[in-house]
Design a protein around this ligand. Structure first.
Ligand code: NAD
Length: 312
């Protein structure tokens, strides 16, 4: 296949900082990195591989002229990672979250549609919210529980409406990421628990959550899924769940304890906890040939190894 120049927005974040190093060399010849430094992860730009051409644009998706960027750099595909991503704190900045995550996406998507350039959009499995049973992409009772998840669902719905207008895109509902990268963040479940364990901080866990499953995604699997889509030009307007495995809190704590046996856990009551259970099926992307290979133990072990010198 012809190698493309890929525009990666939000390129310096947790996912982007791994993707821009491990992007498929079959699909990508050059990468244009766009980030507004909201997350201040300059470190993500250190020591990039020498075999790919990079160009960094310090720019905001709310104001960038995407029409000019797409034509000036002859972009062949867009991986749109830029977003405000701290779901737990999104309630305090709901308007800004919508501005960036929905209106920003619309600006990127409109430029892609006009230039006939395919768009990868990462949504989240948290659009499922509380579910009684295992769910797949056919689920119509979506229950996003935060402004962040609401913004992602609204973006999905916007993209679905653009299919008829000729936009080529794919939506991947990513499980919660675990695993190390240069631009790693620690505010999602596995990473946060691992960070606390490394620092000797006891974990507080809701009793009702202990045996409830949620979908998790190894960062390596996430990048492989993006590469899988780029290599196959799988911009079919569909939604795919991307999940390494569904795990209970008990399993996550057990995996961390394997590396940090001194980890203390206390259990508290929470009346709202059953809202957070969702067990997600990824058969649809597997049927296309994508098989995740990640492993919770390895992901946690890698993170612990990176921080072993500060371990309590
Ligand atoms: N990490 C996860 O667990 C997870 C799960 C599901 C979906 N996703 C989605 O994947 C994408 C990447 O996630 P991540 O974990 O790498 O997030 P991240 O927060 O680590 O990175 C996001 C990047 O976007 C940049 N950014 C924020 N606002 C911007 C703006 N207005 N203009 C330009 N850049 C901006 C930030 O500076 C940051 O570098 C996001 O869209 C997120 O919603 C992530």
């Amino acid at each position: 296949m012809n190698k493309k120049t890929i525009l990666v927005t939000g390129a310096l974040g947790h996912i982007g900082s791994r993707l821009i190093r491990d992007i498929s060399r079959t699909a990508a010849g050059r990468i244009i990195l766009l980030d507004n430094m909201e997350s201040q992860r300059y470190v993500s730009l250190f020591d990039l591989p020498g075999d790919l051409g990079y160009r960094f644009l310090e720019a905001d998706i709310r104001t960038s002229d995407f029409g000019t960027i797409l034509s000036e750099y002859q972009i062949g595909a867009v991986v749109h990672l830029a977003a405000l991503t701290d779901a737990a704190n999104s309630a305090g900045r709901a308007t800004e979250v919508m501005d960036v995550n929905l209106d920003g996406l619309k600006r990127v998507a409109e430029a892609c549609r006009a230039a006939d350039i395919p768009l990868f959009f990462p949504s989240t499995t948290s659009v499922y919210g509380s579910q009684a049973e295992r769910v797949d992409e056919t689920c119509t009772e979506l229950k996003p529980q935060s402004p962040y998840a609401e913004s992602k669902l609204a973006a999905e719905q916007y993209l679905a409406g653009q299919k008829a207008n000729g936009l080529r895109f794919v939506v991947c509902r990513l499980g919660t990421i675990f695993g190390w990268s240069h631009g790693m963040r620690f505010h999602t479940a596995v990473n946060k628990f691992t960070w606390q364990a490394i620092n000797g901080t006891p974990l507080t866990v809701w009793k009702t959550a202990w045996r409830q499953k949620r979908p998790y995604l190894d960062l390596g699997d996430c990048v492989s899924a993006i590469n899988f889509i780029l290599e196959r030009d799988l911009f079919d307007g569909e939604i795919y769940n991307i999940v390494t495995e569904n795990h209970t809190v008990e399993e996550i704590v057990g995996a961390i304890k394997a590396f940090i046996p001194s980890l203390q856990v206390s259990y508290v009551d929470s009346p709202i906890m059953n809202q957070l259970s969702y067990d997600v099926d990824d058969a649809k992307i597997r049927a296309k040939g994508f098989i995740p290979h990640g492993d919770l133990h390895k992901g946690i072990g890698d993170t612990v190894a990176k921080l072993k010198e500060i371990m309590h």
